[in-house]
Design a binder for this molecule. Structure first.
Ligand code: FMN
Length: 222
């Protein structure tokens, strides 16, 4: 394996929200979907499923639901941008414009992946803690990340989105998702309108890793 390819994929995997309607070949989709199946899950239960929505009418309906959630969400961010410095506000503007584009064009994205999970199939080892449980997501989102990294490797644009979870009952009805299953994400897949993947902006290792104690920064200097 060439590690440099994997690192390069991770380093350039930014959110791609402007997606062309051109179809993604089936063999490409098959490889991307297979990559998702490799992901680890608690007890290897694989209590997730992904619905690849390709039907134009269904995608339009999902787009309408998504746009309904995106609107108030983006309004809040637009308001917040008013108090940001010029660079941050400009970056936020670009993100919101791309988000507007996705919300308005979801129906024309070739494949809209709806990520589902079965709550009873997750190993939720933090369920008794006095905080929001997150461990269950560990049996879902690694598959999503594998899917997205594979899409990156194939030159297919995508973005992890979760706003549609706020419309879960309507999505379940639309896609015939069983009562004992739920939704965790929506990932649009397709070729990018522009350059697509590229540089990302993230905190450095010493801001995110500690050594031995919470208040000691990781201090390795290779
Ligand atoms: C859990 C999660 C939920 C997200 N939900 C949405 C969403 O609903 N809509 C959207 O446009 N982007 C969504 N994103 C994408 C993030 O906004 C994006 O990954 C982040 O701003 C970094 O952007 P960049 O990769 O282009 O640097 C989500 C990302 C994550 C990890």
């Amino acid at each position: 394996m060439t590690t440099s390819d994997l690192y390069e994929a991770m380093r350039t995997q930014r959110a791609v929200r402007r997606i062309r309607p051109d179809p993604v070949p089936d063999d490409v989709l098959q490889r991307i979907f297979e990559a998702a199946t490799y992901a680890p899950t608690g007890g290897n239960q694989q209590a997730w499923r992904m619905i690849a929505v390709t039907d134009p009418a269904l995608k339009e309906q999902l787009g309408a639901l998504y746009a309904g959630q995106w609107q108030p969400f983006s309004d809040n961010y637009r308001k917040a941008a008013e108090t940001m410095d010029a660079d941050a506000a400009a970056a936020m503007d670009r993100t919101l414009a791309a988000g507007d584009h996705l919300a308005a064009n979801l129906g024309r994205v070739p494949v809209v992946v709806i990520v589902c999970f079965k709550p009873s199939g997750l190993a939720v080892t933090d369920i008794d803690q006095e905080r929001v449980p997150v461990v269950g997501g560990g049996s879902i989102y690694p598959a999503v990340q594998n899917l997205m990294l594979a899409a990156r490797a194939e030159g297919v644009g995508c973005v992890l989105t979760t706003l549609l979870c706020m419309s879960e009952p309507a999505v379940k009805k639309m896609l015939n998702i069983p009562d004992d299953w739920a939704t965790a994400a929506m990932v649009p897949l397709g070729y990018s309108v522009g350059v697509g993947y590229g540089p990302i902006s993230r905190k450095p290792v010493d801001k995110l890793f500690c050594q031995d104690q919470w208040d000691q920064a990781w201090d390795a200097h290779p």
